[in-house]
Design a protein around this ligand. Structure first.
Ligand SMILES: [Cu+2]
Length: 503
């Protein structure tokens, strides 16, 4: 049998829905390289003894198989790779042998992260997801295409077929931020390594924001107006459904956002000290997600765990202390999930809070643009180098859709810095604050009248990531008052808006 005919005969069948090895003892095995004798097309081989051989560098050396088809210990019933192998006619002599390797996961690492394959062998990689969240393994082939295991839930396995290996190859996990966190994989051919593409692959096609671009007419701004706490409700039950979709983020660009209930920030919850919050988290996304409510005091292990797509959990807490509290996804890398939209606020009114004429919420966050419509750029997140800053998820949205008020009204702005990494300094041009509540206490005003008889005022509310508070002011006359972060480089990237006072 010549190689071409053989390749056609034993080419795996594409079946994206199937997962190999699920529920078998092999599915939980450690790193293995199988040596499989010939088996016929479609047959499984259940008795191959897993073997592994590591050289002194810890590199898994590929073991040769003599057969045409490929099998791990439990057999590979079907394939998640959906491309025909196009490296069959590479520049090397095809050996007719197949190297099979099982790769495990430890934290944000593939183990092993390098495998050496004899040039001319076919390569089959099985990802045994021994991690605690969804991963995949994508391999860049030398014809410019990729092969992928598809998304593999924690505790399951998936395989890819790379065709005939003629030279070194690079692989990675394609889930947002995982590659930047170190989930890269290398195939060396007879000891020869590929030039790393990691440094140049990220950021090359990133979207460029146009700060003057207006919010499109059909895009609704995030509603910054806050209703008073519902005093008739002491148990607050909500369902937060996680979804991922392209959304407008300002500056004329869209990004694939990770959201609670299809919005970024997520829903703003409000109650009083002693209220119970019972949140059902449902993951309808494509990767693992979770939630962490700062408003509750709770053992984090179970309620803050990451859940796979299709799963749900119930998170319950009773508010013990007042303030504006952050909630966010706590699935690694948290910085990327939070920057991609998975954050929001729980407001617990301090006892004695007076009624204001209008209340607004401003949640500042950073945006690190990937390609237009694409995912957050994890390298920019790591470098704390955002393209846009936003109040309530969309840069410049209240420049294009100003807030409104009347002269003489008492206005309260609740401000939360969601980060993930930069502070804010909230200021309103032309106004001073006479009531300031910062992280759990009034520093000016309040029921105890902090500063009474004193002439002090406040010009800015400074907050580190995950800190919050509120300020109050009274615009004296009609006009356009600009609210900003007084970190002006961040203001110029979108953390600003207009308060239009008329009447
Ligand atoms: Cu998440």
């Amino acid at each position: 049998m010549n190689d071409r005919a053989e390749d056609d005969a034993d080419r795996p069948q594409a079946d994206p829905a199937a997962r190999s090895g699920v529920g078998t003892p092999q599915g939980r095995a450690a790193v293995t390289a199988g040596t499989a004798p010939a088996v016929g097309r479609g047959q499984r081989r259940a008795d191959a003894a897993p073997q592994a051989r590591l050289d002194r560098r810890g590199v898994l050396l590929g073991l040769l198989t003599t057969g045409a088809a490929v099998a791990t210990g439990a057999g590979i019933a079907a394939w998640r790779a959906t491309r025909p192998p196009s490296t069959e006619a590479g520049p090397v002599a095809v050996t007719g042998r197949t190297t099979t390797v099982t790769v495990a996961v430890e934290g944000m690492r593939f183990v092993p992260d390098t495998v050496d394959v004899p040039a001319g062998n076919r390569l089959v990689l099985t990802l045994d997801n021994t991690g605690d969240q969804v991963h995949d393994l994508v391999l860049q082939l030398d014809d410019g295409t990729t092969a992928s295991t598809g998304r593999v839930p924690a505790g399951e396995t998936g395989s890819l077929y790379a065709g005939v290996v003629s030279g070194p190859l690079e692989g990675w996990c394609s889930i947002a931020g995982h590659r930047a966190q170190g989930m890269v994989f290398h195939v060396t051919a007879a000891g020869q390594a590929a030039a790393s593409t990691t440094a140049t692959a990220a950021g090359a096609d990133d979207a460029v924001p146009d700060y003057a671009a207006a919010l499109p007419d059909d895009v609704e701004p995030f509603d910054a107006a806050l209703a008073p706490a519902d005093t008739a409700t002491t148990v607050h039950e909500h369902t937060f459904t996680v979804t991922e979709q392209a959304m407008y983020v300002g500056g004329g660009v869209t990004q694939r956002r990770m959201t609670y209930n299809g919005q970024a920030p997520g829903p703003v919850l409000r109650g009083r000290v002693g209220d119970t919050f019972r949140i059902t988290l449902v993951n309808e996304g494509s990767m693992s997600h979770s939630i962490d409510f700062h408003a509750g005091v709770i053992s984090p292990d179970a309620p803050m765990r990451s859940i796979d797509p299709g799963d749900s959990l119930v998170y319950e807490f009773t508010a013990q202390r007042s303030g504006i509290w952050l909630y966010h996804c706590s699935t690694a890398p948290m910085s990327v999930h939070l920057a991609s939209g998975m954050h929001g606020a729980v407001i617990i009114d301090p006892p004695g809070l007076a009624v204001a004429d209008r209340e607004f919420v401003m949640i500042q966050s950073e945006l690190y643009l990937g390609s237009e419509g694409g995912e957050t750029d994890a390298d920019k997140v790591a470098a704390k180098n955002p393209d846009l800053l936003a109040f309530n998820g969309i840069a410049f949205q209240y420049r294009d859709r100003p807030l409104t008020a009347k002269p003489g009204e008492r206005l309260r702005f609740w401000v939360l810095d969601a980060g993930p990494s930069l502070p804010t300094s909230f200021h309103i041009v032309g106004l001073q604050f006479d009531q300031v509540f910062h992280e759990g206490a009034w520093t000016l005003g309040g029921p105890d009248d902090v500063g009474a008889g004193w002439s002090g005022g406040s010009q800015a509310l400074g907050l580190q990531p995950a800190q919050g508070g509120f300020v109050e002011c009274v615009p004296p006359a009609p006009g356009t008052y600009t609210f900003v972060t007084h970190a002006f480089a961040d203001m110029e990237k979108g953390a600003m808006g207009y308060l239009r006072v008329t009447g």
